[in-house]
Each structure stands twice: as structure tokens, then as C-alpha cells.
Ligand binder design. Structure first.
Ligand code: DGY
Length: 283
């Protein structure tokens, strides 16, 4: 399909590499991905061929932040176990001590990657009475801290892992963040931690996560992203009652997916007509 085209409109499941670019040919001007993440694209290969890359930033921030909070709440309040109990007829008489979860009031939330989505997650969680936010990333971000407005501190990873009651992964997948959450990282977390990943599955070393879950090192886990996707139904990850997995639907609202598709088309058309892309990957 790529042979001879001027532009490629792709999804995050399409690998854009030298093989595809060779097949497309030297006339190719633009690759437009209907996603904000572009870890599926070999950016250096595109740059070497002077092919532009467009992405869909901003429009999926709210939907993805909503999903992050949804998973954090679902994990903290043991939603999976509760729903399973109802379906399996295990719902007995109301009990003061049955299926007790944890709440966010006065807790510390760690945000890994304080970009647009990380800020939107913090803004939402603030309303739950969180006492402070810690965040981790390449550098301190004063403007993002101001947008959150509450007690928010730039912390090193070690401190974030040890002091957070809830950890939300909101960073991009790249060479630095790949497998960043491994067994060692999970071992540093509080035993009651609520760990949520709505970014990319590759940021978590899944074997390390499974080991940590087996050893009871984690309170609860909510994932919207895994490796691979779809996650095979016999994956060990699905056997833990305190781990909820969603099928990469972070941005899955009609409003957001409509906006993403419109931006992807605008980027592709601009590239084909040799105009500046409305949303280049490096803006
Ligand atoms: C993206 O755009 O990168 C998201 O993962 C889609 O939900």
C-alpha cells in the first residue's frame, strides 16, 4: 500500500521503519500518526529522508487523564473483586470488613512524566483530597506545577517510589523509560501502593511486575497498556485479583477519537502539500 504514496496516515500499531520507508519510495513527504505517542516510528529514519512526522497532541489529554483516574480508583477500591463477587454469587451479607480498599484523602501521589496528561491527572486527583504530589521527569517544570497549584515537588525516582501511595505512569516510551518499572523499582514501593500505567506497556518490565505481584509487594495495579497488545488471555497478569487490565482505551471517547482523526488528516494533507504541519512531533 505504501509504494509510491506522498503521505502515510498510520496508527500506533503500525511500525514505521526503514523497511516501510524503502517500500514507500523517495517521494514520501509525511507520516501522520493518529496518536500522541510515536514510539512505533523510527524518527531518525524519517529525519534522514526529510519526511515530516505529525502527531495528535492535546486532544486526548482529558480522556486519557480520565482513564488514569478511573483505573486508580478501580484498583484502589478493588472494583474487579467486587464485580466478580456479584457475578459469581459471592456477595454475602453486608460486612464491615469485606473488600476494603483505600482512598486518596491525605495521600501522596507520584506522577511519572509531568506533561499534559500528567498535569491533567494531578488536577483531577486534587479534588480527591490528595495531600501532595511528587513528580519525576527530565527536569523541574515550574509552569506545570503552577497549573496543579497544590503542594507539588520535583523528586528523584527513588524518593517517588518510596513515598508515593499512588503512582501514575504518564511518560512517553523511549530508550530512557523502557522497562523503567522493573522488579527492583516495584520492590521500593509501599506494599499498599496503587500503581497505574496508561502510557505504554514497554515502560513496565512485565515479568518484574508479575514477580512483584506474586510476592505481594504491590497493593493494586491498573493497566491500560501491556506488552504485547492484545494481552493473551492466558497471561499470568490476568490471574491477580488486585490487577485490573483495560484494552488500551485511554483515549477511547467518541469526542477524542474524532478530534484525533481530524488532526491526523490535517497533518497528512499539510505534509502532502509541503506546508508546515499543524502538529509536528517536535513542536
Ligand atoms: C496515543 O495517542 O499515543 C494513545 O496511546 C492512544 O490512546
Amino acid at each position: 500500500m505504501a509504494k509510491g504514496v506522498d503521505g502515510i496516515l498510520c496508527l500506533l500499531t503500525d511500525k514505521i521503519d526503514n523497511e516501510l520507508l524503502d517500500a514507500a519510495g523517495p517521494q514520501l513527504k509525511v507520516v501522520s500518526t493518529m496518536s500522541v505517542g510515536y514510539d512505533h516510528v523510527d524518527v531518525r529514519a524519517l529525519e534522514a529522508r526529510k519526511v515530516k512526522l505529525g502527531i495528535t497532541p492535546g486532544v486526548l489529554t482529558d480522556a486519557t487523564a480520565d482513564t488514569t483516574v478511573l483505573l486508580a480508583l478501580a484498583a484502589a477500591r478493588r472494583l474487579r473483586e467486587g464485580v466478580d463477587a456479584v457475578i459469581q454469587g459471592k456477595w454475602g451479607t453486608w460486612s464491615p470488613t469485606w473488600l476494603l480498599g483505600s482512598q486518596f484523602t491525605d495521600k501522596t501521589v507520584g506522577i511519572v512524566g509531568l506533561g499534559r496528561i500528567g498535569v491533567a491527572v494531578a488536577q483531577r486527583l486534587k479534588a480527591f483530597g490528595v495531600s501532595r504530589f511528587l513528580y519525576q521527569g527530565n527536569r523541574r517544570k515550574e509552569a506545570s506545577e503552577a497549573l496543579i497549584g497544590g503542594p507539588v515537588e520535583f523528586a528523584d525516582m527513588d524518593r517517588l517510589l518510596r513515598e508515593s501511595d499512588v503512582i501514575c505512569v504518564c511518560c512517553a516510551l523511549n530508550d530512557k523509560t523502557k522497562n523503567m518499572f522493573n522488579y527492583e523499582a516495584f520492590s521500593k514501593m509501599k506494599k499498599s501502593v496503587v500503581f497505574v500505567n496508561t502510557a505504554r506497556g514497554g515502560i513496565v518490565d512485565q515479568e518484574g511486575l508479575i514477580r512483584a505481584l506474586k510476592e505481594g509487594k504491590l497493593g493494586s495495579v491498573g493497566l491500560d497498556v501491556t506488552v504485547p497488545e492484545p494481552l493473551p488471555t492466558d497471561s499470568e497478569l490476568l490471574q491477580f485479583p488486585n490487577c485490573i487490565v483495560l484494552p488500551h482505551i485511554g483515549s477511547g471517547t467518541l469526542e477524542t477519537r474524532t478530534a484525533m482523526s481530524e488532526i491526523a488528516i490535517e497533518n497528512a494533507l499539510a505534509g502532502i502539500h509541503e506546508a508546515a504541519l499543524p502538529h509536528p512531533h517536535d513542536e
